[in-house]
Design a protein around this ligand. Structure first.
Ligand SMILES: C[S@@+](CC[C@H](N)C(=O)[O-])C[C@H]1O[C@@H](n2cnc3c(N)ncnc32)[C@H](O)[C@@H]1O
Length: 227
């Protein structure tokens, strides 16, 4: 589809000399070259600059955060793992490396730049990248043939999400997780715990210092004896 700006640019380009065109293309070329050399970092920074409030961080999670966050998961009994806000997929490969062969990882992100990047770069058949909001997790899980998720991981910036979105996501997440499963959350502020505590009775707390910035880790368990 040709947008109005593309149309104007095309008209302007038509009246330029070839030298002017070459000069014009140089910053674009340079931008593309820098982006390519930065790899996933470049995409992440671009995603942050385009939408700082929704992304909430300019640096992806460290491997220390990843390993600690995923450690309590019972992988042998994990058929469906859901991740909110995967960004450029910092957690995706570590999750796929631990997931059983017949398991599935569904990631949900509101940013089309990240979803497009993940679809292009992760070719595992157990991986599904969905453009949408975590608030719609129940519909998304059902659309992929599941009733419940075993675990849900969240890197969402709960404290900066639009009014009402955080509580709606916490409630939907509690409903979608099976008994015995858990909601795994990492955040730079302890605020996410308040959203979780309205639904999850048992929450384990942690802190990872080797992360930029250091972050709070929470594991909210949906116990077998819950109503
Ligand atoms: C801090 S970044 C995630 C970083 C990444 N998971 C990592 O470990 O480096 C937060 C992500 O949440 C996404 N996001 C924000 N609101 C969302 C929502 N309602 N549903 C799904 N994703 C959302 C943003 O687009 C962004 O990719």
């Amino acid at each position: 589809m040709l947008h109005k700006n593309d149309d104007n640019n095309a008209r302007a380009s038509a009246s330029m000399t070839s030298t002017e065109l070459a000069r014009e293309a140089l910053p674009q070329k340079l931008k593309r070259k820098i982006k390519r050399s930065l790899g996933p970092w470049g995409i992440f920074i671009e995603g942050f600059l385009r939408n700082p409030v929704m992304v909430g961080s300019i640096v992806p999670s460290s491997r220390f955060t990843i390993n600690r966050m995923l450690k309590p998961v019972d992988w042998a009994n994990c058929k469906l793992f859901v991740e909110y806000g995967p960004g450029v997929g910092t957690f995706c490969q570590p999750v796929l490396d631990r997931l059983p062969r017949d398991g599935m990882l569904i990631v949900i992100d509101t940013n089309p730049l990240f979803i497009e990047y993940l679809r292009k770069n992760i070719s595992d058949s157990r991986f599904k990248a969905v453009l949408g909001s975590a608030a719609d997790v129940e519909e998304i899980v059902k659309a992929h043939g599941f009733e419940k998720a075993d675990y849900v991981l969240s890197g969402l910036p709960f404290s900066t999400l639009p009014e009402g979105v955080g509580p709606a996501i916490a409630a939907a997440t509690h409903r979608v997780i099976r008994k015995g499963g858990a909601f795994l959350v990492y955040q730079f502020t302890p605020r996410a715990r308040d959203f979780m505590a309205r639904h999850f009775k048992r929450i384990d707390n942690g802190m990872e210092a080797i992360n930029v910035p250091p972050c709070f880790l929470y594991w909210g368990w949906k116990d077998e004896d819950e109503g």
